[in-house]
Design a protein around this ligand. Sequence first.
Ligand code: NDP
Ligand code: HSE
Length: 402
Amino acid sequence: MVNVAILGFGTVGSGVAEVLTTNGGLIDQRVADLVRLKYILDVRDFPDSPYKDCFVKDFSIIENDPQVDIVVETIGGATVALDFTTRALKAGKSVVSSNKELVATHGYDLLQLARANGVNYLFEASVGGGIPILRPLISCLAANELSQVTGILNGTTNYILTRMIKAGLTFDQALKEAQANGYAERDPSADVDGHDACRKICILAALSFGQHVYPDQVPTQGIRDITLADVAYADSCGYKIKLLGRCLRQPEGKVCAFVAPHLVPGDNPLSDVEDVFNAIAVTGNAIGDVMFYGRGAGKLPTASAVVADIIDIAKDLKKDRRNQWGPGSPDLVVSSDILSSRWYVRVNASLADARALFSDLQPLARGGAPAGEIAFLTREMHEPEVRQRLAGLDVQSLLRVL
Ligand code: NDP
Ligand code: HSE
């Protein structure tokens, strides 16, 4: 018998209990053992839950029960979750997590701790919700030197952008829907301001390039300033606006990583990724380009990834999954200023003034634009150059083109 304890019975934790129950028969078959939910820890009471006999309030009951093999951490954050994860690993229990904040902040130390205690720390659900991405990176793409990863990594913001464009909802209305669907973080500014995508690109960069990348090393811009005017200008030239997390291998082991809204051309498959869906494009020197797509958030899709990790561990409790990476370093991440691209500019100026600065610009048009507002695409250039040319102008929006 393999005993499981869930910490945090919210959107994801309750989904894990549901999948373990609904698919219990086939899970037992696949593991060739009985996988049982023994405890659920939550600060709230759930008197009507079908799992009401599993609930405990004191983590030490789980920590000190030698029958508990796998602890599922779905509380979130990097305080209590760090304490419980550390204690569970030290107590010789493998930990499965959906908590990208914890992995991005303390992943290196927790992986070391897991190894030192002969157990595993797996977190497939921490990136891309239900999309299988971390295990494929480690296993299926192991033959490759990976050069870059580009992804729509946050379901909430992609949902908001889609609902604003397709249903004409305001930003606040679309965010409320995302929250009601269980997609958003406890503090949704983590989604809107790009921090959630930042944590995910840190994890992807660490697994792809072998060193821990910390969130505070990664320049991050969210979607708060994107307006329907920008969406309309982008649409006029066949582009969609998407929040992308990107990491690129650089010479001498450096990494360029950043999060920012981009204009994505209509012929790039990322432009068609809508609603809560995420997609992650990976480039390797043997496979070329490969893309992973699916639901990036939500109760059951995320639980699907968590339970897959439970099954993997339960099949062989002692096996080392070797999802390690090396320590980070302060000078690991280089600025995205080194990346040349086209740029989208919306500015209050005359087209003649803009042409004086960008002789080869491509003007854009939208219905209902106020007098004095123009928008255009530049040729390929580096960000410092485009900013220098725009200095002194009333710039409303400046976005990179993928
Ligand atoms: P929820 O807020 O829905 O669930 C967290 C649960 O943990 C709540 O029931 C909360 O209770 C409880 N909790 C808080 N503090 C404690 C504590 N000290 N001891 C025990 N229980 C506690 O979050 P989600 O399920 O949405 O997310 C969980 C994690 O999974 C986060 O790291 C999130 O980023 C990640 N994730 C979420 C996805 C999603 O679609 N929602 C997808 C992928 C990852 P209370 O509400 O009373 O505080
Ligand atoms: N808030 C996150 C998102 C949950 O919207 O993508 C999944 O990690």
